[in-house]
Design a protein. Sequence first.
Length: 344
Amino acid sequence: DVVVVGSVNADLVVRVARRPAPGETVMGSDLDIFPGGKGANQAVAAARLGAHVALLARTGTDQYGTRLAEGLAGEGVDTGHVLPTEGAGGVALITVDADGDNSIIVSPGANARLSPEDVVGAAPLLEEASVVSLMLEIPLDTVTAAARAARRVLLNASPPRELPAELLSLADPLVVNEHEAAFLLGGASAGRAAAHDPTSDTAGDTTGDTAGDPTGRTAGDPTGDTARDAAGDGDGERGRGAVRDAAGMARDLLALGPRSVVVTLGADGAVVAEKAGAAVTAVPSPAVEAVDTTGAGDAFTGALAWRLARGDGLPEAAAFAARVGAAAVRREGAQSSYPRLEEL
Ligand code: ADP
């Protein structure tokens, strides 16, 4: 039903009291190794829910490649198109400091070698899939080739980069978080978000809150993910403002050419825009105690792909995906935090 074309990484995590300055060495914790990569995460999220999901990807012939592929198969992901590639696979070097902030270096390794020819090689698989789910941790040419071959494309524009118009026009939906949305809108989102609701009594605040500082929610805005706002149904100050800003961004993104748009908002859920001029649907997220938000977006995307493949409308699918995203923040880690259907 779902085919994911994307990345597979080994996440190598070390905890440190503080990060080393240039030229400095600090001692850290024992090394933890977790399966990661946005492609693998999405595929596992969908498989845990019961989806039939195949992954087209490249893993290295290093010490991680076989383990990662076996792990995916163990989760029920069809790994017949996970291609072992001579040399290093994708690795994320992650340090987590005493405040819980992480710094990440990604070495793409074999992910950078997933090619348009690989997509051609898997053409029958892609053509049969109800939904092909794509993200940007693999070469853009490959993403575009996969989008062309697909019946329906879910494009998670993460990590953010400039997108060719053709690729954007194939996305149904384009899925982004607020930072990615701001990036694609070229930093002009603050003015646009405010302009969308000039009569709002809180327009000034909300612009300052998120849109004026696109990094606000995870970096600078201490009110961003509070439990009160996690009520998510528009009760919180931040909840209302964030949803209003995101609705404006979703409309602006729709004008860039995708067939539909989903903007995810952390504790505030998501908004869905399907047609220019039509209302934007706000989808709340259940209020949960957030333990670790790593990989929440990938859980959301994997769940969304599955529900769309099953024939849900976009707002219904997004509402389900928000529940999966919320479940994923209640536990530590990315894949390790993803729920099974019966847990929801
Ligand atoms: P990303 O991980 O890409 O930044 P978000 O932070 O927007 O994406 O999270 C994706 C989805 O996960 C949200 O739409 C929401 O459903 C869920 N989620 C994330 N953080 C929380 C939270 N603190 N409380 C409840 N749900 C959350």
